[in-house]
Design a binder for this molecule. Structure first.
Ligand code: FES
Length: 173
């Protein structure tokens, strides 16, 4: 293999056919609510992530860009800016631990350690080996007055302790 071949960038992904027929109507309805197709990016990405098992593959990413007639880099920017999007397999349950000041002062570091230990991983953003969990660090979840806060699969939990977090995660199949 030549030095050029070794350093050549990967070919861009072939766009997935997007939206699939099950999502066509919902996507078209979302787009119709906005003044431009670009303005519909976030709700369409949320819908796509939910439909495709909790994450957006490069092919789906390219498919969404083509459907919304925006650049691939615009979609990439959204997926990497907003922490609620996943660009890798995400596990069956997402555990978001708030790491912002109020929660941190009230024990979020311990919750983070507990969540990672329960998932069997050593860092956030990595699917657990059994495919059950994805633990994510999140910025303020808007529940500072009842900190520390954790979301599991989109449901808020407040004044969480390491014990209650263990129970919540144990209840996840
Ligand atoms: S600082 Fe954690 S919810 Fe606001």
């Amino acid at each position: 293999m030549s030095a050029f071949e070794a350093s050549a960038p990967a070919a861009p992904p072939v766009p997935a056919s997007f939206p699939p027929k099950e999502l066509r109507q919902a996507c078209d309805e979302i787009v119709a609510r906005y003044p431009t197709r670009m303005a519909a990016c976030l709700p369409v990405l949320h819908l796509a992530q939910k439909h495709f098992g909790g994450w957006i593959s490069p092919e789906v990413e390219a498919g969404v860009a083509a459907y919304l007639e925006v650049s691939d880099s615009h979609i990439r920017g959204l997926l990497t800016f907003y922490a609620m999007f996943n660009t890798r397999p995400s596990g069956r349950h997402e555990v978001w631990v708030c790491r912002t000041l109020t929660c941190w002062l009230r024990g979020a570091a311990g919750l983070r350690r507990t969540a990672l230990a329960k998932a069997g991983v050593d860092r956030c953003g990595v699917e657990s080996p059994d495919g059950r969990f994805l633990v994510k660090d999140m910025e303020c979840l808007g529940l500072c007055e009842v900190a520390p806060a954790v979301f599991i699969d989109g449901a808020p939990h407040t004044e969480v302790t390491t014990e209650s977090l263990e129970q919540l995660m144990d209840a996840c199949e």
